[in-house]
Design a protein around this ligand. Sequence first.
Ligand SMILES: [Zn+2]
Length: 130
Amino acid sequence: MIPSFWRKIRYRYNLTGTKCENCGRIYHPPRNICPECRRKSSITEVDLGDRGELLTYSIVHDAPESFKLQRPYVIGLIKLESGVVVTSQISCKPSELRIGMKVKAVFRKYGEDGEDGIIYYGTKFVPCEE
Ligand SMILES: [Zn+2]
């Protein structure tokens, strides 16, 4: 495996963002330059935490064939403990969904490409009671 592959996986798994030390903004997905500060950017990695709150969601009835997702599936907007808002799939029954529910990140297989054997991984969120 090439290192950049694992670097991307690590970002998805750990919910790592980047912070611009110049203006304090946090970005997810990570960026290597702050669009606000440009050349004055001073970028460091930050752990965004794996728990958050569901801000809103939508139920999607269509998915790319290659994803082999169960349909319908749920896409939510999650506000993490760090204050960063991310978009992610929520793994639960639509009837379990509540705005403001606590969710946590898990590492799941999204799907695979049968012919090439490519497996797509990513972060999903699941409900968590705490
Ligand atoms: Zn900045």
